[in-house]
Design a protein around this ligand. Sequence first.
Ligand code: CA
Length: 229
Amino acid sequence: MRILLAEDDTSIADGICASLRHGGHAVDHVPSGSLADAALREHDYDLLVLDLGLPALDGSEVLKRLRGRGNGTPVLVVTARDGLPERIRVLDLGADDYLVKPFALAEFEARVRALLRRASSQGKPELLLGQLRLDLPGHRAWIGQRPLELTAREFGLLEALATRPDRVTSRTQLIDALCDWDQELTDNGLDIAIHRLRRKLRGSGTGVRTIRGLGYLLEQSDDATDESA
Ligand code: CA
């Protein structure tokens, strides 16, 4: 999943980034409200973790603008501002959950999991393609009853393809889904990840097809061992 973190406190941001990345997510971090607003207009995120006291543009204004555009991205507000009226105000602006600083990272992680699970169960709780079964929030995959051992990158790749069934996903879209701003994925790196994923999908009845010049398609097929790049 790709997550945007808007937080101006460097030490809190570092802790949150490390925890989310450890959980296999791609995280973009911005230290101001105006940068958060710009990032949300430019990219699709699976979750926004939003501090309220941000420079340049207050977090509640970022949230108001996001919902004003009809954008339903799940939002977890993390703030030092406590008190019932403040909590009600933020939830009424469209936040999905609220956590008061200081908080334990374990609780933060549990709330992130709950929000991602809720968001994905509004779509599909599990994705099924042939013998292949994907638990998106749990980051797990199976071929029939056999668990598939995938790296975080391979799972992200499979997820990006599986959530766009029967549609071609371009290389740019894949790189965008897999990488945050601090990471780089070269063309070669993407080719390697696709090659490895294809090998692991052998026997699943589902394969990654190359659509030349356009991108890739996850589809049910008998020739799931197609290795053409
Ligand atoms: Ca702050």
